[in-house]
Design a protein around this ligand. Structure first.
Ligand SMILES: NC(=O)c1ccc[n+]([C@@H]2O[C@H](COP(=O)([O-])OP(=O)(O)OC[C@H]3O[C@@H](n4cnc5c(N)ncnc54)[C@H](OP(=O)(O)O)[C@@H]3O)[C@@H](O)[C@H]2O)c1
Length: 340
């Protein structure tokens, strides 16, 4: 089988993580790099021995002149919608980093664009899903280990100091929610298998924050079956951090599941507390994402985190922003009125 030819747009921090995952597989390769910086592209070519990959002076030139089967978009988020639509217009499949867009109007343009190219796969990376402890927690919930789930609590405290190219994240209006917490809000749907109805949220900037925009948030989400999610997170924690997913506690009518700071998932309330077994993810989380993307193209099936699936998580997240702005609860359906 011919190797799948990726174009890589963006040559920053996460492009390198993707290159490691691509090179661990035998069925795909990078044939072109779109980066405004010749030096950054050259470093990638050297570090990953990409001798035959063509360098383009930015993603736009790569979109116009490159030849590929698909694109991997690791650009700043404000560029994701436009870049995705350009790639679709070239007839390419798209694997784009989260989030798909910074607002629902832009998400809608991609949704409509993807519907105009139904034979092209558009997948958004939601890699927190594909971690062994998240899988163990989800299995425990799905297998009914704690009975009927009624309350989910998230507590995430990170200190994000890594700088972005040209400071795009440092200048974002909502860096915590849109750049980071999108993973957590996606997990709310992924873990419960339920859809959100109403959100009350507050997005704010602690006075010591080194980001221009809001770098912490709190939210209460009510799901369709009555389950309540209680969420708190920050990217400017001082002195005490959690893991990336944070502490997750799930309370049901027969017990509690808890993801702790050492990525162990424990079951409580069913005799002695015990840790749930975890299975390794072959190829790791980005390896899983690649397998999902390439598998979907070959099977002509939507991947797990196809564009419409991601937009549902994005709407939940943007409902927090909207609720914070209005100072009142927001119905998530309001944001999704364009989706059938
Ligand atoms: N899923 C995850 O866990 C995860 C983790 C980290 C990041 N990400 C995602 O990956 C994407 C990139 O993040 P990153 O951390 O790799 O960022 P980064 O290090 O700042 O890299 C961004 C890349 O985009 C290019 N770029 C093109 N146009 C740009 C513009 N107008 N302003 C700034 N940069 C521009 C940059 O410059 P050149 O064109 O000059 O190369 C750079 O190569 C984001 O969407 C982020 O959400 C995902």
């Amino acid at each position: 089988m011919a190797r799948f030819r990726f174009m890589l747009w963006g040559a920053g921090f996460f492009a390198r993580k993707w290159l490691e995952a691509i090179q661990a597989r035998g069925d795909c390769e990078v044939v072109g790099i779109g980066s405004r910086s010749a030096a950054r592209a050259e470093e990638l070519r050297r570090d990953f021995t990409l001798g035959s990959a063509v360098s383009y002076a930015g993603w736009e030139e790569a979109a116009d002149k490159g030849q590929a089967d698909g694109v991997l978009i690791t650009l700043p988020q404000s560029l994701h919608p436009e870049a995705t639509l350009h790639a679709l217009a070239r007839g390419w499949h798209v694997l784009v980093e989260k989030p798909l867009a910074l607002d629902m109007a832009a998400a809608r343009t991609v949704y409509e664009g993807s519907r105009s190219h139904p034979d092209r796969v558009v997948m958004v990376n939601q890699n927190f899903r594909w971690r062994p402890h998240i899988q163990a927690l989800r299995r425990g919930m799905r297998e009914g280990l704690i009975g009927r789930v009624g309350h989910l609590m998230f507590e995430c405290r990170q200190q994000i100091r890594r700088k972005t190219v040209d400071g795009w994240r440092e200048r974002m209006a909502e860096p915590f929610l849109l750049d980071y917490a999108i993973h957590h809000f996606d997990l709310m749907r992924y873990l419960t298998g339920d859809e959100p109805v109403r959100v009350t949220g507050l997005s704010f900037r602690p006075p010591w924050s080194w980001f221009d925009g809001n770098s912490a948030a709190a939210a209460i989400v009510t799901m369709r079956n009555g389950l309540v999610v209680d969420y708190g997170g920050t990217m400017v924690s001082q002195g005490l951090e959690t893991t990336q997913e944070g502490l997750i506690t799930v309370i049901g009518d027969k017990g509690t599941l808890h993801l702790d700071g050492k990525s162990q998932v424990s079951l409580h309330g069913q005799g002695d507390a015990r840790n749930l077994p975890q299975e390794p993810i072959p190829g790791g989380e980005l390896g899983y994402a690649l397998a999902e993307f390439l598998g979907a193209i070959r099977a002509k099936q939507p991947p797990e985190t196809h564009v419409t699936e991601h937009i549902r998580s994005l709407a939940l997240l943007l409902a927090v922003v909207e609720s914070s702005r209005r100072g009142s609860p927001v119905e998530v359906a309001e944001l999704l009125d364009f989706m059938k």
